[in-house]
Every structure is written in structure tokens, then in C-alpha cells.
Design a protein. Structure first.
Lengths: 113, 114
């Protein structure tokens, strides 16, 4: 158990809808990262927050947004969903902003029909 | 731009034999290099990392990796493979000291047969 909690574990929705994925980092970790894993794209870095502030941005679509709250949990919002957004979304956390040693949650599997 | 290449989609090894999973990287500045393992329907688990110092890094479950700066490689090794080592292995790089986010390779599926 990594200590990172993600909810929901599975989510099925329709095209055009909006969903929110939630992540609670390990106790004491200030950084939260979001990754998307799909068969064709592999593991893609989406975005990083550190202590409530956006720290780094990767291949995140404009339809996606995220935030980190004062209690350090994070949410990833996916809107106007398309079939291609079906993927496993991982949250990871780390103590610092630039250590690179990440602890991953079990992931949220999103299926868009 | 940073990138990681894992040239083999799959590596097949007999139990008890040594295994190597290859990784090469491209990054400006000093790289922080990592190996992670993913079991089916699970999140990624940290195996080991190289930041500085000894080029041979030892990690979890008997795995080790060798950093080779001239060849820009960071191959994962284990002297004697176990069936339970069968999983998906990811090499990753970050631009150490300035970026915490990891750039991952495509992954290599390791299959260890009895």
C-alpha cells in the first residue's frame, strides 16, 4: 500500500459528460501528480501541484483541469469527454517538488461510451 | 526535451537465469533516473533510483541498475529471475533538482517462465 488513495476506482460515463477524480496523497507529501495511462500513449504526465500551487504542466488537454486543496488532496476534472479519454488515471505524490521519487495510487479507470 | 526509450516491448527469461531490461535516456543537465514496476491492475511501485554517486544502484526485490553516462543508459538487472518478477517495468527520468515530474518509457513486459 503506497498510502495514496484514489477514488473512484472505476467510472463509466458517456461522451460529452464531465467527471471528477479524487486523490489523497500520502501523509506529509506536498506534491501531487496526475498521469494518464493508455495503451497507445503509455504513461503521460498531465500536471503537478505543490502545496496548492501548479508546479509543472505536461500533456494536459484544455478540457481537463486540476486543483490541489488546502488539505492537499487533489481533484482532476475531465469535461466534454470523448471516447479517446478512456484510460487509467493515476495520482502520485512525493514529499518535495523536485525529488522525482513518486508514490502512486491504484488508479481510476475511466471508460467513456 | 527529456525522453526515455525502452527498446524491448517484451523480455522472456527462464526462472533462475539473469535478466536485463534495457533503458536509454535523453535529458539536459544531470538526470535523475528511476525504475518502477507495475503488476496487473495495480499502481506503479518504486524499485530504485540513481541521482549521483556509485553507478551501480541496488533496489527492492534484488534488482539493481547500472548507470552509464557515456552510453546514456540505465539498464535494470537481476542475477536470478523469479516467476513472481513477471510484470511491466518502466524506466523514467526527471531533470533532477528542477523538476519532480517523471517522464516514463513505454514499458517492457517481463515474462519469467518456470
Amino acid at each position: 500500500d503506497s498510502g495514496v488513495t484514489q477514488t473512484p476506482k472505476h467510472l463509466i460515463t458517456a461522451t460529452g459528460q464531465r467527471v471528477t477524480l479524487r486523490c489523497s496523497p500520502r501523509s506529509g507529501d506536498l506534491s501531487v501528480y496526475w498521469y494518464q495511462q493508455s495503451l497507445d500513449q503509455g504513461l503521460q504526465f498531465l500536471i503537478q501541484y505543490y502545496n496548492g500551487e501548479e508546479r509543472a504542466k505536461g500533456n494536459i488537454l484544455e478540457r481537463f483541469s486540476a486543483q490541489q486543496f488546502p488539505d492537499l488532496h487533489s481533484e482532476l476534472n475531465l469535461s466534454s469527454l470523448e471516447l479517446g479519454d478512456s484510460a487509467l488515471y493515476f495520482c502520485a505524490s512525493s514529499v518535495g517538488a523536485d525529488t522525482g521519487e513518486l508514490f502512486f495510487g491504484e488508479g481510476s479507470r475511466l471508460t467513456v461510451l | 526535451a527529456q525522453s526515455v526509450a525502452q527498446p524491448e516491448d517484451q523480455v522472456n527469461v527462464a526462472e533462475g537465469n539473469p535478466l536485463t531490461v534495457k533503458c536509454t535516456y535523453s535529458v539536459s543537465g544531470n538526470p535523475y533516473l528511476f525504475w518502477y514496476v507495475q503488476y496487473p491492475n495495480r499502481g506503479l511501485q518504486f524499485l530504485l533510483k540513481y541521482i549521483t554517486g556509485d553507478n551501480l544502484v541496488k533496489g527492492s526485490y534484488g534488482f539493481e541498475a547500472e548507470f552509464n553516462k557515456s552510453q546514456t543508459s540505465f539498464h535494470l538487472k537481476k542475477p536470478s529471475a523469479l516467476v513472481s518478477d513477471s510484470a511491466l517495468y518502466f524506466c523514467a527520468v526527471s531533470r533532477g533538482g528542477s523538476q519532480g515530474n517523471l517522464i516514463f518509457g513505454k514499458g517492457t513486459k517481463l515474462s519469467v517462465k518456470p
